[in-house]
Structures are given as structure tokens and as C-alpha cells.
Design a binder for this molecule. Structure first.
Ligand code: NAP
Ligand code: ZN
Length: 348
């Protein structure tokens, strides 16, 4: 395949609504595969980046790093995939491949900086464009196999929301006998509940209100509390081995650190732009840890997909047409999502 032009949805400028456009996709290299994208999830990170919450963005910006589709063409040197295979692409499409982290399969922590699926610059020096588009060309080493038994629509959000919650749950060895709290029942949070439950942990949801309590329990939570009720913080003081904070806004971390037991860890995965002050005394009294975690490497993402297929776990999704992307963004910002919007790419 030579360079092609494909349809996409892009934001032309910071905070501007997304509109239909066309973008170039590079000619197929020796190790590249061309993916016919079927579904693309809408992650809150897409909204942060369109709005340039994390600093300067590159426009036009085609978001989308929860990509599921089918291989349409393969380069001459491709060995892992064949035409017709069901594949996914997550948050990065390349990395240096040489640093200790890349060699250890933790490409997301590439010391030269991973190459983001969008809002980044490829090794050819050109901007990368994400999954809100009909096709993507990606090196076979940065694609994932979507196991049979997982629908492409419910699998798409696993490529970011799934791995971002699986990775810390696996790293901190969550399992039977461990008490885990998931803060925020949105896209990441609902995957965190399903995965922590499947790993055998006792799971508590900490949501702003009790509005989604029934859903939370259905998804696998054992307990559900409202963080708007000050009694929650008294009742649950010193309870959890691990807290995964998925909230997209700044919170009083000190209050949440109070819910950890001795040696417990609060893992920050939510990425609000505002700093969150922490009192040393919230950590030192009971040897508590505050950590961060970002998505997962290719190997671990494949492990997560296989784990989800084995346990029958997909995302709970609302499939939308491409014309509804801007409306979906507004709903995500109001926490009105149950629990991931997924774009039907055939409508682009
Ligand atoms: P989402 O679907 O919007 O879910 C966020 C949830 O946080 C909401 O559903 C809501 O849950 C809660 N929340 C929102 N505003 C709040 C507020 N002001 N106070 C308290 N709770 C609030 O977003 P998402 O796609 O899951 O992403 C969540 C965050 O993770 C974003 O910042 C995103 O950029 C980040 N992220 C990080 C990584 C990583 O690798 N670390 C990867 C992907 C995404 P309730 O209604 O239950 O309270
Ligand atoms: Zn994401």
C-alpha cells in the first residue's frame, strides 16, 4: 500500500468540537499492518488532550487510543499477523525499543518517551493520528491480538481502560484476601471493578453518590459508598490494601490516604491537570505509599486481553455514531457515561 488518505474525526484547534476530515496514513512498511478499524472507545484522556489540559497539543488532533479492528493488509516482513486477524491498538504505536524499560516489555515507560497513538510525533517526524478514523497503519510489534469470544466493540475499551486498571492491580498483587477500593465509576473505574473482582479481591466502589450503586454491585463490587457523605471516610478509615484513584478531577488525596491500612498504597491513574497537595503525615504514620501507574506494556496488555477473554470480561458500552462524538464528550464531562462510549467507525 502506498500512502493513503482516510476519513477521520478531528479537533481543528484546542477545545474545538470534532468534525469530519481526512488524514494521511503512511505507506505500509516491511513490519507494518494496515488495520480496518471497526470500533474506537472514547477515553477521558481524549477530552483532556483535545482541550490541551496537559499542555500544548498538535492540531488537527484525531483522538482515539482504544482501537479494535481487522487486519486488511500486511507488510512483506510481518510474521505475527495475517489478513483477517482481529487486532487492537492502545495508547502507543512505537518506542525506542532499546532502553531498559522497552527491553523489559514496559514500553509505556520508554526512557526516550513512547510514541503516542495520537498527539505525538512518529519516527518519520510526522504527527500521529488516533483511532477516530477508518484505518491505521501500525508496526506489528505494537498491535495486540483480540481473543476470539470478545466482541470487537466491548474489547476496544480494554486497550486503555482495561490495561490501565489491570496493570496496577497485577503489580500490587491484588487477589483473594485483599481489600481494594476503586475511586470513580467511569470508564476506567468500571473495568477496575470487573478485573479486581475476577482476581478474587474484596472490592469497594467509592463514587460521588449512590446513583450507580446497583450497577457497581452487578459489575462485581462487594461494597459501594458515596464520597459526598463524610461518614464514609470515618467508617472506612484504615480499611484498604490498595486504592486505585481513577478520578479525572483533583481530589483531597489526604482523605483517601486515611482509608488505607498500614503499608497500603494509593495508586493514582486519573490525570487531572491540577496539582494535589499531600500532607507528609497522611503517609508517615502508617508507612503508606502514594504511587502512579500508566497504561501497561505490550506483553502485559496481551496478558490482560487473554485474562478478560478467559473471564468473559468486556466493557459495558454505549455504541454511538461518529456525529455524536461531541455530545458524548459533554456527557463524559458530566460523569454521565455507562460506562464507555464506543464509536461505530463505519459511521465516520
Ligand atoms: P470517566 O469515564 O470520565 O470516569 C471518571 C470518573 O471520575 C467519573 O465517572 C466519576 O465517577 C468520577 N469523577 C469525575 N469528576 C469528579 C469530581 N469532580 N469529583 C469526584 N469524582 C469525579 O474517565 P476515564 O476515561 O475513566 O478516565 C479517568 C481519568 O484517568 C482521566 O483523568 C484520564 O485522563 C485518566 N487516564 C489515565 C490513564 C493512565 O494511564 N494513568 C489511562 C487512561 C485514562 P463517579 O460518578 O462514580 O463519582
Ligand atoms: Zn485512555
Amino acid at each position: 500500500m502506498t500512502q493513503t488518505t482516510v476519513a477521520a474525526y478531528a479537533s481543528p484547534a484546542p477545545s474545538a468540537p470534532l468534525e469530519r476530515t481526512t488524514i494521511p496514513r503512511r505507506a505500509l512498511g516491511e513490519h507494518d499492518i494496515l488495520i480496518d478499524i471497526k470500533f474506537a472507545g472514547i477515553c477521558h484522556s481524549d477530552i483532556h488532550q483535545v482541550n490541551a489540559d496537559w499542555g500544548v497539543g498538535t492540531y488537527p488532533m484525531v483522538p482515539g487510543h482504544e482501537i479494535a479492528g481487522v487486519v486488511a493488509e500486511v507488510g512483506t516482513g510481518v510474521t505475527k499477523y495475517a489478513v483477517g486477524d482481529r487486532v487492537g491498538v492502545g495508547c502507543f504505536v512505537d518506542s525506542c525499543r532499546e532502553c531498559d524499560n522497552c527491553r523489559a516489555g514496559q514500553e509505556q515507560y520508554c526512557t526516550s518517551g513512547m510514541i503516542g497513538t495520537y498527539n505525538s510525533q512518529g519516527k518519520d517526524g510526522r504527527p500521529t493520528y488516533g483511532g477516530y478514523s477508518t484505518h491505521i497503519v501500525v508496526d506489528e510489534n505494537y498491535a495486540l491480538r483480540i481473543p476470539e469470544g470478545l466482541g470487537l466493540d466491548v474489547a476496544a475499551p480494554l486497550l486503555c481502560a482495561g490495561i490501565t486498571t489491570y496493570s496496577p492491580l497485577a503489580h500490587w498483587q491484588v487477589g483473594p484476601g485483599k481489600k481494594v477500593a476503586i475511586v470513580g465509576l467511569g470508564g476506567l473505574g468500571h473495568m477496575g471493578v470487573k478485573i479486581a473482582h475476577a482476581l478474587g479481591a474484596e472490592v469497594t466502589v467509592l463514587s460521588q453518590t449512590l446513583n450507580k450503586r446497583e450497577d457497581g454491585l452487578r459489575l462485581g463490587a462487594d461494597h459501594y459508598f458515596a464520597t459526598s457523605d463524610p461518614a464514609t471516610f470515618e467508617q472506612l478509615a484504615g480499611t484498604f490494601d490498595l486504592i486505585v484513584n481513577t478520578v479525572s478531577a483533583d481530589l483531597d488525596l489526604n482523605a483517601y490516604l486515611g482509608l488505607l491500612r498500614t503499608d497500603g498504597t494509593l495508586v493514582q491513574v486519573g490525570a487531572p491537570e491540577q496539582p494535589m497537595p499531600v500532607s507528609p503525615f497522611a503517609l508517615i504514620g502508617q508507612r503508606k505509599s502514594l504511587a502512579g501507574s500508566m497504561i501497561g506494556g505490550i506483553r502485559e496488555t496481551q496478558e490482560m486481553l487473554d485474562f478478560c477473554a478467559e473471564h468473559g470480561i468486556g466493557a459495558d458500552i454505549e455504541v454511538i455514531e461518529a456525529t455524536a462524538i461531541n455530545e458524548a464528550y459533554a456527557r463524559v464531562l458530566k460523569s454521565d457515561v455507562r460506562y464507555r462510549f464506543v464509536i461505530d467507525v463505519a459511521t465516520i
